[in-house]
Ligand binder design. Structure first.
Ligand SMILES: O=C(O)C1=C[C@@H](OP(=O)(O)O)[C@@H](O)[C@H](O)C1
Ligand SMILES: C=C(OP(=O)(O)O)C(=O)O
Length: 428
């Protein structure tokens, strides 16, 4: 019983101490990187246990528009290399939705074909930063027409290949700009050498993920501080197995801390580049017990935990769930280092401050984060701004606050179409 009415879902309250086990779907970040690298490879790649969600379907659709077809298999997709699009001068479109990975990773691929490719998506993606990436691609030889907007809609006029070479990049608004250049680098005539300028990019684990996956596809990649080099190379990886998404697992981990009891996440990898792995240390600091074994991660919490000061610059996508969890801490908390979240699916700092305060929490918006002071909370509508992670955050609140009405729960389908059912099973 999922309790969705009039486009609102009443998030279930945790009764007795939790004792549950969940399986979460594949990692969005790994799936979409695997698809991009498969399209750049010289032979088909079997991607096993990928995430199947709005963002990953958009990626497969984008790659199909660019000439890389894919076929469904028993446990994922077989992705074929990029062919010719459909002939010189033809026009095609790529639909971005609100997927940062699709918007940032696929324009470089369009430079390799002969067609003019128009990129556009939801209103929200038109507001998300991309200009530094487009500027870097132009420096590397790309022809891109964005009407001076520095945002979608824009058109990449493919010229059958890209020179590549050295480029300076400001990736402080999103690590995805850097990942985009590195992922496509093996296909550029001279490879690519990126020197970071400006502030440090957020989401360092996602950069490590890019380097690791490039290597698994046979690329030669070097990093020396803020300089990255990718050699031109023919890629290949006959089979790639995608790990469960540990950021999607975050609300389930938080449930053990907030609700008390034990939650087991099957398939948690022993070694990973995913930012969500950082949660094991966090929950331990909050007094919960996290045990990683061959079958996954078990988290046991008691429901009571202290406040904490966190810099989430490296793991920004975990912020909504962590902010919701910290509303139940026994002392004040702060989250800093995440100004770039204003350019995520929505301005997450304003959205979280508004929605958490709206249900009674003592939340102050900082320029780069949030201050959270414990206060009694009450039910009401939690607006989700077409942001999957706000649905997950609201679910965490609902564990202890009766009557949290989550607006537009389907928006969670960006990364976890069955979230509501899985969450309801957890609590029942
Ligand atoms: O490369 C990736 O797969 C991602 C990088 C991060 O983006 P930002 O660096 O823009 O935060 C993260 O928040 C996003 O969910 C996925
Ligand atoms: C920021 C996120 O997504 P995207 O891949 O669209 O950037 C996210 O999933 O939290």
């Amino acid at each position: 019983m999922t309790n969705i009415r009039d486009d609102h879902w009443t998030a279930p309250v945790a009764g007795a101490s939790l004792d549950a086990a969940v399986r979460v779907p594949g990692s969005k970040s790994i799936t979409n990187r695997a698809y991009v690298l498969a399209a750049l490879a010289s032979a088909p790649t079997r991607v096993r246990h990928p995430l199947d969600s709005r963002d990953t379907r958009l990626m497969l659709g984008a790659l199909a528009s660019l000439g890389a077809r894919s076929e469904e298999t028993i446990d994922g997709f077989l992705v074929h290399p990029l062919g010719t699009i459909s002939g010189r001068g033809d026009e095609t479109t790529v639909t971005l939705g609100n997927a940062g990975t699709v918007a940032r990773f696929t324009p470089a691929l369009a430079t390799l074909g002969d067609a003019s490719v128009q990129f556009d998506g939801d209103d929200a993606i038109r507001r998300r930063p991309i200009d530094p990436l487009l500027a870097a691609l132009r420096k590397l030889g790309a022809r891109i027409d964005d009407g001076g907007r520095g945002a979608p809609p824009f058109t990449v006029h493919g010229t059958g290949g890209l020179r590549g070479g050295r480029v300076d990049l400001d990736s402080s608004a999103s690590s995805q700009f850097l990942s985009a250049l590195l992922l496509a680098g093996p296909a550029f005539e001279q490879g690519v050498t990126v020197r970071l300028v400006g502030g440090a990019p957020p989401s360092e684990p996602h950069i490590a993920m890019t380097l690791d996956m490039l290597r698994r596809f046979g690329a030669t990649v070097e990093r020396s501080g803020t300089e990255f080099h990718v050699e031109p190379a023919k890629l290949s990886c006959p089979e790639y197995v995608v790990e469960p998404d540990l950021s999607t697992a975050a609300p389930f981990v938080a449930a053990a801390v907030v609700g008390g009891g034990t939650v087991r996440v099957h398939g948690w990898p022993k070694q990973t580049t995913q930012p969500g792995d950082w949660l094991r240390g966090l929950v331990t600091e909050l007094g919960a017990k996290a045990t990683l074994d061959d079958d996954g991660l078990s988290v046991t919490g008691g429901g009571a935990f202290p406040g904490i000061d966190l810099d989430l610059h490296e793991v920004g996508e975990l912020t909504p769930v962590i902010a919701a969890m910290l509303c139940f801490a026994e002392s004040p908390s702060s989250i800093t280092g995440v100004a770039h979240l204003r350019g995520h699916e929505t301005d997450r700092l304003t959205a979280l401050a508004t929605e958490l305060s709206g249900l009674g929490a003592g939340v102050t918006e900082l320029e780069d984060g949030l201050e959270i002071t414990p206060a009694p909370m009450h039910g009401g509508v939690f607006h989700t701004y077409e942001d999957h992670r706000l649905v997950m955050a609201a679910a965490v609140l609902g564990l202890r606050v009766p009557g949290v009405l989550v607006e537009d729960p389907e928006t969670v389908g960006k990364t976890f179409p069955k979230f509501v059912e899985t969450w309801s099973d957890l609590v029942s």
